[in-house]
Design a protein around this ligand. Structure first.
Ligand SMILES: NC(=O)c1ccc[n+]([C@@H]2O[C@H](COP(=O)([O-])OP(=O)(O)OC[C@H]3O[C@@H](n4cnc5c(N)ncnc54)[C@H](OP(=O)(O)O)[C@@H]3O)[C@@H](O)[C@H]2O)c1
Length: 225
């Protein structure tokens, strides 16, 4: 399917930061494809469609990517936003939350990205929604082991991919700020609304940033890996 306006894909678009990103990108005149496990959305807009994607299921990833190929979709902006944090605030690691976290935040996100690379426009952008909780340099905490490690791993993928794609597609890790979503009960105390975070993310992406960086949109500054 050929579109005359820019196309963006946002994973994890059913709620939280992802849903706010969809609204912001529609406002900035993108056609947006969102994803979530149910494939359902209460957002009705001719510039938006929601598709089914389960990042824990490699068949679901393959089907999603095959559909883009058969429709000849070219994507200008790809945002890997979907993420989970079942061990957020837990003090010790456990096997179940570790597997869940890595399946979505690392394995699913990485294999999805690899499968859709041929569909990204030559001067396209890939955004990995990371977290400063994945920053090694400044970490003084002991909690949320799987979540922190998953975002550190995602950051490494940002770096590797930006090295591989240099001179064409730009790849960036973004910390969206501490945002009022349901990813963890503690987020009820967060300072940013999803809209405020999404506005800052989109403003940053539309600017002239260098590939392979880790950027904090809450503080408007580079983060150390
Ligand atoms: N909130 C914060 O303060 C904060 C801070 C730093 C980083 N982040 C990062 O920001 C991103 C968005 O987080 P959020 O706070 O907006 O979380 P959220 O409100 O819980 O939304 C998470 C999204 O991920 C999707 N998702 C979960 N499991 C999935 C799976 N197996 N396959 C496909 N999609 C799946 C969910 O869709 P369905 O459940 O409908 O499938 C939902 O749309 C995450 O990567 C998170 O780590 C958030």
């Amino acid at each position: 399917m050929r579109r005359t306006i820019k196309t963006a894909v946002v994973t994890g678009a059913s709620k939280g930061i992802g849903k706010a990103l969809v609204n912001q990108l529609i406002e900035k005149a993108y056609f947006v494809i969102g994803t979530c496990r149910s494939g359902k959305s209460d957002l009705l807009n001719p510039k938006f469609e929601m598709r089914t994607l389960d990042l824990c299921d490699l068949d679901s990833i393959t089907k999603f990517s095959d559909d883009l190929k058969s429709e000849d979709v070219k994507v200008d902006l790809w945002i890997n936003n979907a993420g989970v944090g079942p061990d957020l605030d837990n003090s010790l690691p456990d096997a179940d939350t570790f597997d869940q976290t890595f399946d979505v935040n690392v394995k699913g996100t990485m294999f999805l990205t690899e499968s859709i690379l041929p569909h990204i426009s030559a001067e396209g952008i890939i955004v990995n929604i990371s977290s400063k909780m994945g920053a090694i340099d400044t970490c003084v905490k002991t909690d949320s082991v799987a979540y922190r490690m998953s975002k550190t791993a995602l950051n490494m993928y940002t770096k590797i991919l930006s090295n591989r794609l240099k001179d064409s597609i730009r790849v960036v890790s973004i910390h969206p700020g501490w945002v009022q979503t349901t990813i963890s009960p503690g987020c009820i105390h967060a300072p940013l609304t999803p809209k405020e975070s999404a506005d800052r993310i989109v403003e940053f992406i539309r600017g002239d940033f260098e590939t392979g960086i880790f950027w904090d949109v809450e503080a408007s500054q580079f983060l150390n890996w």
